[in-house]
Design a protein around this ligand. Structure first.
Ligand SMILES: *[C@@H]1O[C@H](CO)[C@@H](O)[C@H](O)[C@H]1NC(C)=O
Ligand SMILES: *[C@@H]1O[C@H](CO)[C@@H](O)[C@H](O)[C@H]1NC(C)=O
Ligand SMILES: *[C@@H]1O[C@H](CO)[C@@H](O)[C@H](O)[C@H]1NC(C)=O
Ligand SMILES: *[C@@H]1O[C@H](CO)[C@@H](O)[C@H](O)[C@H]1NC(C)=O
Length: 364
């Protein structure tokens, strides 16, 4: 709370209380109670009147919350005070959290293309599909590629290893799968030690996207990945999504590459199919994105691409955004020339339209 619009209300409240202190005969305790009551009605939801059933549901939820807080005091394990990686397990066990999961959320408006499905699924499902290869770059970064036959050795790796064959030779596959999972997530037992500063965690974060892109951008996986992502959000009662998407090339087993229109069309098709099977689901939109370390000439081209895509898919492509680490990337001011392109085009269109009408008036 505390936007500018609250101040006039607060002032008049204080004035009312001050007046009641000096001009009326209500005892000070009652005046204080009234003040607190009136303040409560100014809080979010303060004027909401609950039905009997809602009151009951609220009482139960609050009782669970109080019990969890009491327990946290006793065990000294209070999730809100912990690093998220250490708290996550506890949060998932919390009854309050599991009730919140079932509540309607509406929309997820800030999610990214290749981080909408669980990494467990990538390991357990996607890396088990046929023709999946992996390699380790010289700096130890994992890469994946689906291909048949096995593709030639890439410049940055030793050679492509077929996962199916590799797993057969392993003594402990679970251990290997866990090592893949730890390549796919930031989770670690000692986050404060592992990620001593922002540079380290951003570097790992971006490495993850690089690593999983070879899995997600394989055409059959790409479709399943979107569907699976929508399913996971739907389970949390999210009915609409806006995805920031860089629309990297999606490839087929024979190496054929699809263009960005194909990717947008696929998003639209999968969302449509999903909506048919899932009542209440509203849909998804794409916010075409590019990286904010690219220079202004690149971003100008991306904005043109976003506009072209929007013309082709007006109900699916919602706009443009810049992604990546904000504090080390370029500022919006640096991109001003690029970012003003859409508005200028609208202006040009308007001018053209008005000119046309004027000419129309002059000509018979
Ligand atoms: C992987 O997921 C797809 C659907 O997304 C499913 O059809 C398939 O059976 C799954 N495979 C495995 C090995 O779990
Ligand atoms: C395989 O590794 C997992 C995880 O490290 C471990 O829990 C399991 O006991 C291991 N299995 C064998 C047969 O060594
Ligand atoms: C990533 O996976 C590779 C291959 O299993 C493994 O050698 C490496 O330790 C993993 N990296 C991390 C950070 O777990
Ligand atoms: C933008 O970057 C590209 C490639 O790095 C370069 O060729 C181009 O000259 C740069 N443009 C500007 C305006 O800096």
């Amino acid at each position: 709370m505390g936007g500018p619009s609250v101040w006039p209300a607060l002032l008049s409240l204080l004035l009312a209380v001050a007046t009641s202190f000096f001009c009326s005969a209500i005892p000070i305790d009652d005046a204080r109670k009234q003040l607190l009551m009136r303040e409560k009605t100014m809080q979010l939801g303060g004027q909401l009147v609950l039905t009997k059933e809602e009151e009951l549901a609220n009482e139960r939820l609050m009782a669970l919350k109080r019990a969890e807080m009491k327990q946290a005091m006793e065990t000294q394990k209070f999730p809100p005070s912990m690093h998220f990686f250490q708290a996550k397990n506890l949060i998932e066990k919390s009854e309050v959290f599991n009730i919140l999961k079932k509540m309607p959320k509406g929309a997820a408006l800030h999610v990214h293309d290749i981080s909408i499905s669980s990494m467990d699924w990538l390991v357990k499902n996607v890396t088990y599909r046929p023709h999946c290869h992996f390699c380790l770059t010289r700096s130890g970064i994992l890469m994946f590629k689906f291909a048949y036959p096995t593709p030639p050795t890439p410049a940055e790796c030793s050679e492509w290893i077929l996962l199916e064959k590799y797993r057969k030779k392993l003594y402990n596959v679970t251990e290997f799968d866990n090592s893949l999972l730890s390549n796919f997530t930031l989770m670690t037992k000692n986050p404060e030690v592992t990620y001593a500063n922002q540079d380290i965690i951003w570097s790992k974060f971006e490495t993850i996207f690089f690593t999983i892109s070879g899995l997600v951008n394989y055409a059959p996986v790409f479709r399943d990945y979107i569907f699976r992502g929508l399913e996971e959000f739907y389970q949390d009662n999210v009915f609409y999504l806006e995805l920031r998407a860089m629309l990297f090339p999606v490839y087929e087993l024979n190496g054929m590459i699809h263009n960005q229109e194909w990717s947008v069309r696929t998003y639209r098709e999968v969302a449509c199919m999903f909506a048919k099977e899932h009542p209440g689901f509203i849909g998804l939109k794409i916010i075409y994105s590019d990286h904010r370390f690219k220079n202004v000439s690149f971003i100008m081209k991306s904005i043109q691409t976003a506009m072209t895509l929007r013309t082709g898919f007006p109900r699916t492509v919602a706009g443009f955004d810049l992604v990546g680490r904000e504090d080390t990337g370029y500022s919006l001011y640096y991109y001003k020339e690029a970012l003003r392109i859409p508005a200028l085009q609208v202006l040009n269109c308007l001018t053209f339209f008005m000119l046309e009408r004027q000419i129309g008036r002059v000509l018979p």
